[in-house]
Design a binder for this molecule. Structure first.
Ligand code: HEC
Ligand code: HEC
Ligand code: HEC
Ligand code: HEC
Ligand code: HEC
Length: 310
């Protein structure tokens, strides 16, 4: 996001919460001092549904919204541990653009978006036009049906200067992420603890399936069996998806009609050649001998996501 974008966002927000005096001609990108003075006179209303954590930083937020870009960039809600108890409203105070930005209608070279298809747009589950990455994970009809991602599922702390965990992550939290640092050096999110969960390869070998799903599915999905995954998975590894970031009921409903729903997150949109080492949650009638590949696997979902009582 550029500085100008952020200013525009803050201005829109301020206008929408009625701080009209801030939109006076004197407030431009160069008019920070004017804005700060105006903010002194008229305290800004902050989103009512902001988190308790965010409320602790009201003074900082107001300072940021008055046009203080540096304070906004380093707003403490960005960093652990605060970000862990933040909510979407907190982030949307300043970052509406992540959900409203649209891909270009036409590339700089003149190729119209409508005339090209990325391979993932050819899937039956892909609805509508090309949209932004954030919209596809938070707002698309499919996203809302199968998952409940929030900003802080992927953004667990970043550092605008170093882009490196050491700077902002307290020592005690350095191994909070399944034993790893909560984000990856020089990346804003930790791909192997986020993306890989839903974009890994289909692990056919451990399932005893002789080849990739797209080659094998015909045999496993005869007439009247729309979801061949469930032929086996109605009986094994049945304790699944009891986590806050997925919509278990939505997945089960959608999976009645097609295995593409399951495959979509377990190989169908694989950006990786490996798959995520999922926990192996015990299921009724499970054979107690642990197969070799599963020796190091946890036996329940991470506690920070596990829905208790399940
Ligand atoms: C008070 C305003 C404000 C709030 C609240 C806020 N941000 Fe930011 N954020 C900024 C600004 C300004 C930047 C710097 C943008 C730039 O330089 O491009 C930034 C940068 C970022 C970046 C890029 C950081 C990097 O490493 O380059 C991410 C990711 C981000 N914010 C996510 C979030 C999330 C998630 C939340 C909620 C937990 C949040 N922000 C809350 C204003 C805010
Ligand atoms: C599915 C994971 C995921 C979720 C959920 C998510 N983000 Fe992001 N976000 C990313 C990735 C990946 C990037 C690009 C990171 C990079 O460039 O290193 C990114 C980039 C950003 C940036 C920097 C924007 C830029 O143009 O570089 C901001 C700001 C941001 N996200 C805010 C948010 C907010 C606010 C939310 C919640 C409404 C959110 N994100 C939810 C994964 C996610
Ligand atoms: C909890 C599961 C989940 C996680 C975590 C996740 N994705 Fe996705 N991803 C999906 C689903 C479901 C779709 C299909 C959405 C649709 O078609 O509307 C998708 C679609 C995509 C697409 C294609 C759609 C588009 O228009 O952009 C890309 C690229 C992508 N994901 C990359 C990522 C990256 C990179 C990360 C990690 C930062 C990530 N995903 C994390 C489930 C997930
Ligand atoms: C022929 C039976 C069979 C079919 C069909 C099948 N699976 Fe499996 N699956 C298994 C077995 C066996 C395991 C390993 C069970 C164990 O933990 O001992 C497994 C494990 C898994 C795991 C956990 C992997 C891990 O690393 O822990 C996932 C995820 C999974 N299957 C998804 C699917 C999906 C999605 C489909 C359909 C696209 C599918 N399976 C079709 C038999 C099957
Ligand atoms: C939105 C993406 C998504 C969809 C759709 C989805 N899964 Fe999963 N699945 C996941 C994630 C993420 C996990 C790991 C959850 C956790 O944190 O424990 C998982 C875990 C599993 C596991 C391992 C469970 C354990 O704890 O032993 C199996 C088996 C599995 N899924 C099979 C399926 C089947 C069968 C379907 C279709 C009915 C399906 N999945 C649909 C994302 C998805």
């Amino acid at each position: 996001m550029t500085k100008t974008h952020w200013m525009a966002t803050a201005l829109t927000l301020m206008a929408s919460i009625g701080a009209a005096q801030l939109s006076s001609p004197g407030f431009s990108q160069g008019g920070l001092a004017t804005a700060a003075r105006a903010a002194d006179k008229a305290p800004l209303a902050l989103p009512a549904d902001r988190s308790e954590t965010m409320k602790k930083f009201d003074a900082v937020t107001k300072q940021a919204l008055s046009g203080d870009y540096e304070t906004a960039t380093y707003h403490p809600i960005h960093f652990p541990p605060n970000i862990g108890t933040s909510n979407r409203a907190d982030c949307m105070t300043c970052h509406q653009e992540v959900l409203t930005t649209k891909p270009r209608v036409e590339s700089q070279a003149g190729v119209k978006g409508d005339n090209v298809l990325a391979w993932y747009q050819t899937l039956d589950s892909y609805e509508g036009k090309q949209e932004s990455f954030h919209w596809r994970h938070l707002e698309s009809p499919l996203a809302k049906q199968v998952m409940k991602l929030e900003c802080n599922f992927c953004h667990q702390g970043s550092d605008p200067r170093e882009q490196s965990p050491e700077f902002t992550v307290p020592k005690a939290l350095q191994t909070s992420n399944n034993g790893q640092v909560p984000f990856t050096n020089r990346k804003r999110v930790n791909p192997s603890e986020t993306c890989l969960r839903c974009h890994g390869n289909f692990p056919a070998e451990i399932m005893g399936i002789p080849g990739p799903w797209h080659e094998q599915r015909a045999d496993l999905e005869p007439e009247g069996t729309p979801n061949g995954c469930l032929t086996c998975h109605a009986g094994i590894r049945t304790e699944r998806h009891n986590v806050t970031y997925l919509n278990k009921d939505g997945i089960d409903k959608a999976a009645e009609n097609s295995s593409d729903v399951c495959y979509g997150c377990h190989g169908g949109r694989a950006w990786y050649r490996i798959s995520y080492p999922y926990p192996r949650t015990p299921w009724p009638d499970m054979d107690k001998t642990v197969p070799d590949w599963a020796k190091d696997r946890p036996t329940k979902s991470e506690s920070r996501y596990l829905i208790s009582g399940k």
